[in-house]
Ligand binder design. Sequence first.
Ligand code: SME
Length: 153
Amino acid sequence: MKQPYLHLLELIENELSSIEKTLEVKLQWICDTLCERLPNYDWTGFYFHQSDKDELYLKAFCGEPTEHTHIPFGKGICGQVALSNQTFLVPDVSLQDNYISCGISVKSEVVVPIFVKGKNIGQIDIDSHVKNAFDHNDVVFLEKVAQMVGGLY
Ligand code: SME
């Protein structure tokens, strides 16, 4: 994996190993750090599965506040990932039918599921103001971050 992803993984690993910090603080730290250090990451958030219904809720984010704090399974890119259990890379959001817009400035998106013991419990969602902002390096990096976050549960 290339820099700066490798370096970021080290920082994240270090942050997540803290025994004093809460899960909320750690998730917020990841959002803030990714937005700050990776130029194309304009919005970074964590959605998790609501235990009693087929819905995702927003637990931490960095970037413009969104009204989409709850997303039903199957709706939008996030809702589709909740059902498919697979990373969804969207180079151009304008070409997606089942897409929930969080603002006209968003041009591309990537959503990566988080697993705990093989069960999809949530996801990392990244939006960019640039088309084609994400590639295989981002997917590998984010899947590694998702694995580390899954390890906290
Ligand atoms: N675009 C997402 C909705 C969440 S926002 O990106 C913050 C989707 O289609 O599911």
